[in-house]
Design a protein around this ligand. Sequence first.
Ligand code: NIG
Ligand code: FE
Length: 427
Amino acid sequence: MSSPDLVVFHARITPCAEEETRMGRIEELATIEDGALVVRSGKVVRVGESERVLSETTLGPDTRLLDAEGRALIPGFLDPHSHALHAGRRIPEMQLRQEGKGYLEILQAGGGIQETVRATTAADDAAVVRDTRRRIGQAVACGTTTVEVKTGYGLTPEREMRLLRLLAQVRRRAPITILRTFLGLHAWPLGTEDRPVHIAEMNALLSDVAAKDLAEMVDVFCEEGVFSPAETLSHLAAARAAGLAIRLHADELRPSGGAELAAEIGARSADHLLAATDEGLRAMAEAGVVGVNLPGTAFFLHEHPLQAERQRAVGLRAALATDQNPGSSPTFSMPMVLSLAMHMAGFRPAEALLAATRNAASALGLEGTHGQLAEGFAADFLLLDDSDYRVLFYAFGMNPVAQVFAAGRSIAHDGRLTEEMRQWMDS
Ligand code: NIG
Ligand code: FE
């Protein structure tokens, strides 16, 4: 067996490898007080007590040894829901909402998502790719090692296909894992009249999207006044027939039947859920659909509070994500999301950490390769600036992530990206 590339020792390791990850069934996470992690070819080959691992591992001339000096070591965050592919910001809209205008009201008047569609359409390709990579860089500095990115600021078949092409460019030679979701049904394309014709056209794209390997997943904004459960079902059925994984934006602002639909069709995840009914949440838990919570959106939209207790009551498999987008959640920071989940929604630190690692991996279909530190899994991990991982919840609004590793390589240190990450962002 060849020698390891990296051995991190004297770390307080929380591998997040527990069997049970449902809300209400998690108390504490197993932690190795003085632990070591051995990495070879981008994967974890061993996790255990420092003394034992060090005495039983044969180091090679190129093996890098890193003394963690007692700091907490956890899996890298997986951010399973972002809209990072876009141009522009929407700062005035934030204030309009504070003055009482509703999110959907602004959208229906041709603003909101439509404004970002106009900005993204007007921006040149290179600018969209560069801005998206910069956003991903900011996420990495805060500990994200896998991110999902959606299309959705094109809305017509041509413009959505352009965004898929740009997403392929964003992903090229990326030091972290980037998954792609087609969100053609994100809002109604202005100037298009016939609903069934438009949906049929968008459905028809999906076999091409799959055949050309342009995305792994398909999502729909299923919401009263946006796309109905019947329209959502039609699109997601076409996605499934094309071999793509399915998920949906469900019950973000009003109870719209999204959680129930997700359970009925066995979606991989249903996301948002702030206005979901208890029956809908229960049906999702029973069907094994992951609930992706977006506390940044609850915080920034001031519409409905996120309540962990409702998900505990039904034993939901809960994930956490940023929802990074210019309208409802401009943050890239998973530590900020964790703090909001604890302090505003009542998640326990153990529940929230599993939600940002293990369950986030399930929402992305990566449960066999990412999200925990166990033999054979990706060597995506973080060293924090404290021995207690709960510093993530304590130092809210700060960045307690001291070092970020993706596939065993250091990509950020003290909030600054390494040369490898910077080169990718600027290339
Ligand atoms: O998840 N709700 C739909 N989509 C995004 C917001 C997109 C935007 O406002 O630009 C969301 O909240
Ligand atoms: Fe979203």
